[in-house]
Design a protein around this ligand. Structure first.
Ligand code: CP
Length: 311
């Protein structure tokens, strides 16, 4: 078994990982998925703290499952109301306290800049588990793993479809997949289109990026249809939720018009934007994608805690 090194190896953005780092995480996750019993004691005695200031099902519980499947344990909170944050304690002091009780930390926050502030206050690795309308890098790694698993390559034609402005999973994924030679089509109404900075970064990485409102003319080109939820909780009052929501639905008719080798992904939760009738189509990969979060987060935890695996 490899030895753990002391590390302050945080993961705040997908930009913190080179292409080689990403490949290494995906390869290790694949090894873990194939032979999970081999990894059952790697993190024995290690504690993951989960500090979640926003609701979550997949990220919170897949991180909890991941550390326990590695032989470690978990502490933390799924909302801050029961902590001394409710008495006015700062983010930095909360992070300091939790870092003295754990070996690695994963944080979800609605406030931009909180990952940076908290990581600077502590000496253990901090993993961004979703920050405001910014990034969600561990979701992007799960997405890349699912794409590689299904399509056997990462230089796919991917259509981002939905709320590309406020949906943070889109932001980490566009930056990552652009670096692996993908062709990118962003389909959204203008108010919810991919922010210019992310488009510019993807183009700088060499990707062709098309922005459009209508999916129809791309249907036969798409390898990966990446759907995302309208982020009601971040939508400015001037935008009409009901009108925008109606414009972005994926039904079985649309899915059956895709290539038979195409896949449909969604970081979940979905709120009607993919019809339940799509779930049994072989192209639907969103539940598999959510399940993949466990081996991928096991790999991230091991590597960020400083365990070394030969490449
Ligand atoms: N994909 C994702 O982040 O889901 P949760 O909000 O349930 O964690």
């Amino acid at each position: 078994m490899p030895h753990a090194k002391k590390s302050s190896n945080s993961l705040l953005s997908i930009d913190d990982l080179s292409n080689k780092d990403i490949q290494h995480i995906l390869d290790l996750a694949q090894q873990i998925e194939k032979k999970p019993h081999k990894f059952a004691d790697y993190a024995k005695g290690k504690i993951l703290s989960l500090l979640f200031f926003e609701p979550s099902t997949r990220t919170y519980f897949s991180f909890a499952s991941a550390i326990q499947r590695l032989g470690g344990s978990v502490i933390g909170f799924p909302n801050a109301e029961t902590t001394s944050i409710a008495k006015g304690e700062s983010l930095e002091d909360t992070a300091r306290m939790m870092s003295s009780y754990s070996d690695i930390m994963a944080v979800r926050s609605g406030v931009m800049g909180s990952m940076q502030r908290m990581s600077q206050a502590i000496h253990i690795p901090l993993i961004n588990a979703g920050e405001g309308q910014g990034e969600h890098p561990t979701q992007a790694l799960t997405d890349l793993y699912t794409i590689r698993q299904s399509c056997k390559k990462l230089n796919v034609t991917i259509a981002f479809y939905g709320d590309l402005k406020f949906g943070r999973t889109n932001h980490s994924l566009i930056k990552a997949i652009a670096r692996f030679g993908a062709k990118i089509i962003c389909i959204a109404p203008p108010e919810l289109q991919m922010p210019k900075d992310y488009v510019a970064l993807a183009r700088k990485a060499g990707a062709e990026v098309i922005l459009d409102k209508d999916i129809k003319k791309y249907v036969k080109d798409i390898d990966v249809l990446y759907v995302s939820r309208l982020q009601k909780e971040r939508l400015p009052a001037r935008l009409n939720y009901a009108v925008l929501k109606k414009a972005m639905n994926v039904d079985l008719k649309l899915v059956t018009a895709l290539k038979s080798s195409a896949i449909v992904m969604h970081p979940l939760p979905r709120v009607d934007e993919i019809a339940v009738s799509v779930d049994t189509d072989k192209r639907a990969k969103y539940f598999q994608q959510a399940a993949n979060a466990v081996p991928v987060r096991m790999a991230i935890l091991l590597l960020k805690m400083g365990y070394a695996f030969p490449i």
